[in-house]
Design a protein around this ligand. Structure first.
Ligand SMILES: Nc1ncnc2c1ncn2[C@@H]1O[C@H](COP(=O)(O)OP(=O)(O)OP(=O)(O)O)[C@@H](O)[C@H]1O
Ligand SMILES: [Mg+2]
Length: 415
């Protein structure tokens, strides 16, 4: 992924919940720092151990540089320039209001407004927007050569890309203007909603704020009226950043069939809507042992898997007489079949990808990714790993004798 590490660029992680976005964001940032760039990474709610590894014990939204001692202890170059920070959703939103709402009294009214709080805490895209806002500021500060931003957990990765546009629409909508300028609808009052468009907007707004919150909504937009133009411009700038030539997306997925289907749909949609998807990381692709064996000797079945393949033959024509041995053999055969199926599934997925999108593989580390050392191992595989497509083309694990899995065979034997 080295070609993604260029000065002035930003890397934005995408992916559904739990696939390893936070881990891969940190590993990519480390790899970028190792390539010589002064790198800043914004992480979102990192697991405790990762947080500690990155020196984020204080959970600061300010960039904290990893110190030389910590790097040296992990066997990394002590002069690496890597700074980490965490996403501060409330801070990002309140900062926006503080920047654009000039009057302290109005500012206070907005910050205390219940609709504002619901919007920034519950709106599906509020965290996503905050991450982008924090990234925007960091990028604009010019402090780092490269920024990497992790993204909040979401059911659908596209929600993240849509967040700024949703906010622009919310602020632009005719209905909101109608709410803000009630005098235009003489006799109806602020909340005497008429017209289907206005009612639709009101119902959308109430989804975030809860029923009966229209008064708060009215007050919010009234307070914001003076600043709505500049806040809308800011939403648009952040939206623009998503399409900037220096903004590169990295999609993270795991190799399960349903995840790959989701990833495929996202690739298509991103292409249609003009987002620069540069790389896909298949995280937890094989276990590290299988991955390393195939990386060292492509085209040769890893020895530990070959042994499993010959186990059946070694157990004799009737299989094992001892059912415990048979169970163990079935378990191992399943494991081998699973590693093989992952390669096949990801190969099929790779064939559907446009050639411009790099494919990168990161194996599952048995001990998890909890310290800088493990992060460094993932970083090295991301940066210098064998190109994913070549790995897949070469990797061969022969089909088991017969095409049923060990467990099925065992069941058949028992029947
Ligand atoms: N390649 C890997 N090998 C071993 N463990 C991993 C690997 N990648 C991620 N993990 C572990 O999986 C868990 C989830 O990873 P992570 O927090 O990075 O996912 P996420 O996509 O950020 O999740 P969320 O959507 O909840 O933010 C963590 O405990 C992490 O240490
Ligand atoms: Mg995460």
């Amino acid at each position: 992924m080295k070609q993604l590490f260029s000065k002035g660029a930003t890397l934005v992680m995408l992916g559904t919940g739990g696939v390893g976005k936070t881990t891969i964001a940190a590993a990519l940032a480390l790899a970028a720092a190792e390539s010589g760039l002064d790198t800043g990474v914004i992480t979102v709610d990192p697991a405790r151990r990762l947080r500690d590894a990155l020196g984020l014990e204080r959970l600061s939204a300010r960039p904290t540089r990893l110190d030389a001692r910590r790097l040296r202890r992990a066997g990394l170059a002590p002069d690496l320039r890597l700074s980490a920070m965490v996403l501060d959703v409330k801070g990002a939103w309140d900062g926006l209001i503080e920047r654009f709402v000039k009057s302290p009294e109005t500012r206070r009214r907005v910050l205390e407004n219940s609709f504002y709080r619901a919007l920034t805490e519950q709106f599906a895209g509020a965290e996503a927007y905050a991450a982008l806002e924090q990234l925007y500021d960091l990028h604009a500060s010019g402090r780092f050569d490269l920024e990497v931003v992790d993204t909040p957990p979401a059911a659908h990765a596209f929600e993240f890309l849509e967040a700024p546009a949703h906010l622009v629409r919310l602020l632009d909508s005719q209905g909101v203007r109608w709410l803000v300028a009630p005098s235009a609808a003489a006799g109806r009052g602020l909340l005497g909603l008429a017209g289907r468009a206005a009612q639709f907007v009101a119902s959308q707004l109430e989804r975030f704020a809860g029923a009966g919150a229209l008064a708060a909504i009215g007050e919010f937009f009234a307070a914001l009226a003076g600043a709505a133009g500049s806040i809308g411009d800011q939403f648009r700038k952040v939206e623009g950043m998503l399409h900037a030539p220096t903004t590169n997306f990295v999609l993270v997925t795991t190799p399960e069939a349903d995840r790959l289907i989701e990833a495929r749909a996202l690739v298509e949609r991103m292409a249609r809507e003009g987002f620069r998807l540069r790389a896909i990381v298949i995280n937890r692709f094989l276990d590290e042992r299988t991955y390393r064996a195939l990386a060292e000797a492509p085209r040769r079945e890893p020895p530990h898997l070959r042994k499993i393949a010959t186990l059946r033959a070694a157990l004799g024509p009737d299989g094992a007489d001892d059912s415990r041995v048979a169970d163990l053999a079935a378990y191992l055969e399943d494991y081998r079949a699973d590693q093989r199926a992952i390669i096949e599934r990801v190969s099929a997925f790779a064939r559907t990808l446009p050639a411009r999108v790099e494919l990168v593989l990161a194996p599952e580390l048995e001990a998890g990714v909890r310290d800088l050392g493990a992060l460094g191992r993932i970083a090295a595989m991301l940066a210098d790993g064998i190109a994913g497509r070549r790995f897949l083309a070469d990797a061969k694990i022969a089909a088991a004798g017969g095409d049923t899995s060990g467990r099925k065979r065992l069941a058949a034997r028992r029947a």
